[in-house]
Write a protein that binds this ligand. Sequence first.
Ligand code: DHE
Length: 544
Amino acid sequence: MRVKSALVALVVGLVGLGGSTSMGGDLPKITPQEMKKASQIYFDRCAGCHGMLRKGATGPKLTPEVTRKRGIKYLETVMYNGLPGGMPDWGKQGVLSKKDINLLARFLMHEPPPPPERDMKDILNSWKLYVPPEKRPKKPMHGRNWQNFFGVILRDAGKVAIIDGDKKELVSLVDTGFAVHILRASATGRYFYSIGRDGKVTLIDLWMKKPDKVAEVKACFDARSVDVSKYAGHRGNYKDKLAVVGCYWPPSFVIMDGLTLKPLKIIGTSDYTYDTNEFVREARVASIVASHDQPEWVINMKETGKVWLVDYSDIKNLKVAVIDAERFLHDGGWDISKRYFLVAANMRNKVVVIDTLEKELEAIIETGVKPHPGRGANVYNLKYGPIWCTGHLGSPEVACIGVDKRNHPEYAWKVVKKIRLPGEGGGNLFVKTHPRAKYIFADRTLNPDPKLQRSFHVIDKQSLEVVKTIEIPKKYKGRVVHFEFSEDGKELWVSVWGKKTKPEEQAILVYDAETLKLKNEITGKWVVTPTGKFNVHNTLRDVY
Ligand code: DHE
């Protein structure tokens, strides 16, 4: 894995240069081999929340001046047991051994090694075009209803499963590499783009007899988001023309050709915070969403708290509107009209609303402890009109915000309802609904209570109350995470995310979205750590 070798080489170099196994007076000792191992574990498990430079974001700052005060025992306890605000219980879950935890605690007392840089030459060297566009099928080759295909991330298997949603059949298993995070569909729906934690984008052609990857490129060392150009109108037809990857490290976004993934342009995002104007080297790109009404991407900068509206119609003369919002922007989605983008500023307990038509900040709303909407849930409520709902990592509630300024101004940009979820603590990662569904669904993946981890809540769209909590069958041992609907909104797909070594304890469960009866259990040796699921029709149209 190239990210591993690059990081590791750097760390070994640094430790080697010092010629010492211990940095600083009575600091705990760490050998070069241990430093190498700890850097990799930190990158895999911790950097997403705490940052490569450990300056903090979704998780607190872990620079040596902080960790040395906390001490080894404290750090070990937190890594073992987790914290109610969302810090996973790595030890209890069996993801990290006591030895790994002790190693990480020692590692955290030392200065973080500087991560490597990456430029266009490196990106181009990693670019592989397996099947050029002219050699691809001119029509779907399998006779299946590909608009109802689901792409399912098999996180720790390094694969994406393509499943026929009508027949519940596995159509293809595509090798995508390390810890794929999300998939997005191209504007025509023909392609899936996957992005891995290692910054690798894979382009999957769903029209092939057996859908497979047709191109890939490693845009950066660490990434979480990808989207495509979706606009078609009087300013041009950009459908399937461009893709964009949002990088955590190096802090940047990379624009590429949508049909080949040939990298075209890198834009650095290191910048100043919106409020105090402090320089942030590690200003990471969090969520990206493509506008349907303009040739534009909404790109959210985590640490600086700015939202960039990037006009992709002329990438040689890139025009960007930079909007001051709130720090620690993370995930978000469109409101029902697709004019407003709502994004969580999670460590500020707020949701920011961006008006993409006027290109300005519309509102900032306090919702609960660490909002985590995924893409959120859009609902038409008879009392409040259109609302958008988010769950929380740190508190047991789903908050719904009025989004209709014109017809329901009294509710616009206010929390109209906080829906109390059963049990204590938050740990909700995703909420989801569909325009044709009666309910909103909410998981409790990160809640410390094992029963809640294995359950999901059903919220009535009109009463805005939890009407039922469904526990998955006992034979499955994983946690419930993430939902997706079938194209027609009649089925709810749920992942049971367990241990990599025990596929028999995991599944993708399909429930009737109205009767709430379990209809299908998709299982098999290949069902290894299923997480996000993306239906072609719903993903390309932003139905949630
Ligand atoms: Fe995610 C979305 C970042 C942990 C599964 N995740 C996102 C987005 C970001 C993000 C920025 C929005 C992308 C977009 O819309 O463009 N996620 C991070 C992290 O930094 C974090 C907290 C820690 C990390 O190291 O990665 C993290 N995420 C997780 C998980 O542990 C999950 C459950 C499983 C995994 O892959 O590791 C997970 N994240 C997801 C999923 C989405 C997502 C399934 C897309 C939701 C959707 O419906 O669109």
